[in-house]
Design a protein around this ligand. Structure first.
Ligand code: PMP
Length: 400
């Protein structure tokens, strides 16, 4: 009965790793997937995560019972505090509904389904380009999507004018997806002034901001700084959705730890929203896994562990920033044609190099460098050892 089933294409991002794994060359470098690697090219488990895990394992009173539908209550509370700030009036007024979900992807999907059931204008505007999964998550969650202008290939920066025009042209009440910081794939974020302009348009049109926050602390090294955009929107008293992921900032990728917060106008509304989020989650996966969220909650709740986390987080962010400088210097040293200052200016895990598909294919074929075909490279996958090889490859690709 399944004879007719067609072979599906590889995921455009995870497929890069599949091709990488098949390549026997010792020179190969994987700059496709957005996962942090050490200078030695190895995955990193944070010391603070190991400590929290040891505490959890040693605690014989813990069991493996089902979690509530919305997960660990303390984790939810602390996640809202992390993104909104310790003194957030929205939290003090009990008008934030937060649920534990399956990482950032799960937050987006649960949020989409809630919007499709309960929001009068179920259409979402996504930045162009955006993380490839957004285009699929929203429509499958019942929310059709449209693009808004975001990236300008000429300046390799933000097309602010285009973005504002498209937001103004979008219907009143439309959902607007915003990357809270470290836009993926471009690494281009609005300035504080531009965020203010964006906020004014969105609020004047009663549009609903949906923040995707997958990199808090990972962009600048400061948890508060990376929460800037979300906090300015919440400070004006309006509603918003926030999807949080602990994949990158705690390195909990495979544990699937995330939260979805809905900031509402009042406590009774938040309570009703919470009840309806349960109605979305229960038939989808019943309740979330316990272990990863317990690790995160342990770290967030303990002053000492929290402090240790911020130090380790900053070290990861700093290593990525240092890779930007090393790559820029290496291209300068080779006299590679073009302006490469965007390598320094872009923020977060990725550099949107501006290399085209043919140049990417050339680099993979001749230099065994693996990256997505849009020219995005994960700076977190680079090391001092691999930067010269990458610079050689870019140089050769550019001069043709
Ligand atoms: N949003 C963006 C912009 C991302 O880059 C990612 C991770 N690549 C996610 C959401 C979700 O990741 P996860 O489901 O692993 O938390």
């Amino acid at each position: 009965v399944f004879e007719h089933v067609q072979q599906a294409p590889e995921d455009p991002i995870l497929g890069v790793t599949v091709a990488f794994n098949k390549d026997p060359s010792p020179l190969k470098v994987n700059l496709g997937v957005g996962a942090y690697r050490t200078e030695e090219g190895k995955p990193l488990v944070l010391d603070v995560v190991r400590k929290a895990e040891q505490q959890l394992v040693a605690d014989r009173s813990r069991n493996k019972e089902y979690q509530p539908i919305t997960g660990i209550a303390q984790f939810n509370k602390l996640s809202a505090k992390l993104i909104l700030g310790a003194n957030s009036p929205a939290i003090a007024e009990n008008r934030v509904a937060t649920v534990q979900v399956l990482s950032g992807t799960g937050a987006l999907r649960v949020g989409a389904e809630f919007i499709s059931r309960h929001y009068a204008k179920p259409i979402v505007f996504l930045p162009n380009p955006t993380w490839g999964n957004h285009n699929k998550i929203f429509p499958l969650g019942g929310v059709p999507q449209k693009p808004y202008r975001y990236y300008d290939p000429n300046t390799r920066g933000l097309d602010y004018q285009g973005m504002i025009e498209d937001l103004k042209a979008a219907p009143d009440g439309a959902v607007i997806l915003l990357h809270a910081c470290a836009h993926n794939p471009t690494g281009v974020d609005p300035t504080e002034e531009q965020w203010e302009g964006i906020r004014k348009v969105i609020r004047s049109k009663q549009q609903l901001p949906f923040f995707d926050c997958a990199y808090q602390g990972f962009a600048s090294g400061s948890l508060d700084k990376d929460a800037y955009a979300v906090r300015t929107f919440v400070a004006d008293g309006g509603e918003c959705f926030i999807a949080q992921s602990y994949a990158k900032n705690m390195g909990l990728y495979g544990e699937r730890v995330g939260a979805l917060s809905v900031v509402c106008k009042s406590a009774p509304v938040a309570s009703r929203v919470d009840s309806q989020l349960k109605m979305v989650i229960r038939p989808m996966y019943s309740s979330p896994p316990a272990h990863g969220a317990a690790i995160a909650a342990t770290i967030l709740a303990d002053g000492r562990l929290f402090q240790e986390w911020t130090v380790e987080l900053k070290a990861m962010a700093d290593r990525i920033i240092s890779m930007r400088h090393q790559l820029y210097d290496a291209l300068k040293a080779r006299g590679t044609p073009g302006d490469w200052t965007h390598v320094l200016k872009q923020i977060g895990m990725f550099t949107f190099t501006g290399l085209n598909k043919e140049q990417v294919q050339f680099m993979t074929r001749e230099y065994h460098i693996y990256m997505t075909s849009d020219g995005r490279i994960s700076m977190a996958g680079l090391s001092s050892r691999t930067v010269p090889h990458l610079a050689d490859a870019i140089h050769a690709a550019v001069i043709g």
